[in-house]
Design a protein. Structure first.
Length: 319
């Protein structure tokens, strides 16, 4: 298949392990080719939510109650009798849309509260998540390969972002309570080395939070080579829940929790269909319609089998 984004040159195949379905691109783009693509186009692909809106919504007492009950965050504005706040928060969190909105749609990658906690985000883009977590009491630091994105984040959100890859930074070992990587692992040349470095930087019992495309999703199996989640040549390695768990365990992580989510399914179907028909463009203003029958189908199958969702999420702890 040809490169999907930015009319990038070359054709690529994806190879798959017949056992765990771990998938990788072949031939792998050279570092020079990828550097050129990222320099020209990467910053345009970043989506920074309106953090001002997120901050304002934090005043909502429902979010406070849910995050207090499920993530341990202290209450700030909600004022209810002791014990009642926890009961109401637990009840509200049983409603999936409320729980999802309370964690800003971040799912498992919204960290549990740690008093005076230190959070590192790798591949932080413009740093909107850092800004958000700083407002929730975290000491935050980001690492971002693209220097333009790092500069924008520092200027726009007032957060500390180091530009370059993780190996070029002089970070303290055993320092961080949480490391977050959202849609990063599929982009790196050596995911084993990156996960090893994360373990080194985490405190004992520190948490690694990961999100990425799930190559075993219904969308992937439905569309095959046209699945929107492939995006050659950007995605070098793609995991299934089983493949990721095998790797994390081999690297010494413990208490691993992995799940898949179907929230992107309604637009994954539409964009994958556009890829198949040859009229998909990342920078097009063409409206993407939601396909809710496909979304519902994937939700049902994911409830039954547990690995059909479009997005793979994981929490793993340093031993």
């Amino acid at each position: 298949m040809r490169g999907l984004f930015c009319n990038s040159p070359g054709t690529y195949d994806y190879l798959r392990c017949t056992d765990c379905w771990f998938t990788w691109i072949s031939p792998q783009p050279t570092a020079k080719e990828l550097n050129l693509l990222y320099e020209q186009y990467y910053d345009e692909t970043l989506d920074s939510p309106d953090v001002i809106t997120l901050s304002a919504s934090r005043k909502n007492w429902i979010r406070e109650l849910v995050l207090n009950a499920y993530k341990g965050y202290p209450l700030k504005k909600a004022n209810l009798p002791a014990g009642l706040d926890k009961i109401i928060g637990l009840f509200l969190g049983l409603i999936p849309p409320i729980l999802n909105r309370s964690t800003y749609g971040l799912g498992l990658t919204f960290p549990a509260y740690v008093r005076n906690g230190r959070l590192l985000e790798i591949g932080c883009g413009h740093g909107w998540l850092l800004k958000l977590m700083k407002e929730w009491g975290w000491e935050v630091l980001g690492v971002e390969w693209n220097p333009v994105s790092a500069r924008i984040g520092k200027e726009k959100f007032g957060v500390d972002i180091l530009d370059g890859d993780l190996t070029s930074q002089n970070l303290h070992e055993g320092y961080y309570d949480v490391i977050v990587m959202r849609h990063v692992l599929e982009h790196v040349y050596d995911p084993v080395q990156l996960l090893t470095d994360c373990s080194r930087l985490l405190k004992p019992k520190g948490a690694l939070l990961i999100a990425m495309p799930n190559v075993k999703s219904l969308g992937s199996q439905w569309f095959g080579r046209y699945w929107r989640g492939l995006t050659p040549p950007w995605h070098l390695h793609l995991f299934t829940p089983r493949a990721l768990e095998i790797l994390l365990r081999k690297l010494g992580y413990v208490d691993i929790k992995i799940r898949t989510r179907s929230f992107p399914a309604h637009w994954i179907y539409t964009t994958s269909k556009m890829v198949r028909e040859g009229n998909f463009s990342l920078h097009s203003n063409q409206k993407v319609r939601s396909c809710w029958w496909f979304h519902i189908l994937e939700v049902v199958l994911n409830m039954i089998y547990g690995d059909f969702g479009e997005e793979l999420e994981a929490i793993a702890y340093r031993s």
